[in-house]
Ligand binder design. Structure first.
Ligand SMILES: [Zn+2]
Ligand SMILES: [Zn+2]
Length: 135
């Protein structure tokens, strides 16, 4: 089943088959916070080869390890792509149906960077850094 999404203005559209999903979660790192404009960013990791994109996203190098794609018109952040090409994390909130069961976050990463006033009310596993708990 294809999961589709788009930036706020619709200038960039993307879709990925559900079978290409590698994991989902929340990221509390300061880079995600600033770029998303929210206290936490929900991500959906996918196989980069499975991502279909219509439109021309702009790229921003957010760290020495990878780049972020965003819409040059409306500014919506679309995804993070590490340079090694091993995966790509789409912003879960850009999907047409962010509440699709397959997109539901399953882990918290960079919990050590979480804002003190942002309290987690779920029982999902937490990782202090970018590593996946138990993975
Ligand atoms: Zn846009
Ligand atoms: Zn992050």
């Amino acid at each position: 089943m294809a999961l589709a999404g788009h930036c706020e203005c619709g200038g960039i559209r993307f879709s990925v088959d559900e079978s290409a999903l590698l994991g989902t979660g929340y990221c509390h790192c300061s880079i995600c916070r600033r770029l998303s404009g929210a206290p936490v960013n929900a991500w959906v990791a996918v196989d980069p080869a499975a991502l279909a994109v219509a439109g021309a996203p702009a790229l921003y190098r957010s760290s020495e390890r990878g780049q972020r794609a965003f819409c040059p018109t409306c500014g919506s952040q679309l995804w993070y792509a590490p340079d090694d090409g091993s995966f790509l994390t789409l912003n879960a909130t850009g999907f047409d149906d962010p509440e699709a069961p397959a997109l539901r976050p399953q882990v918290h990463i960079f919990d050590a960077d979480r804002l003190g006033w942002f309290e987690i009310a779920d029982s999902l596993p937490r990782s202090p850094d970018g590593s996946l708990p138990g993975g």
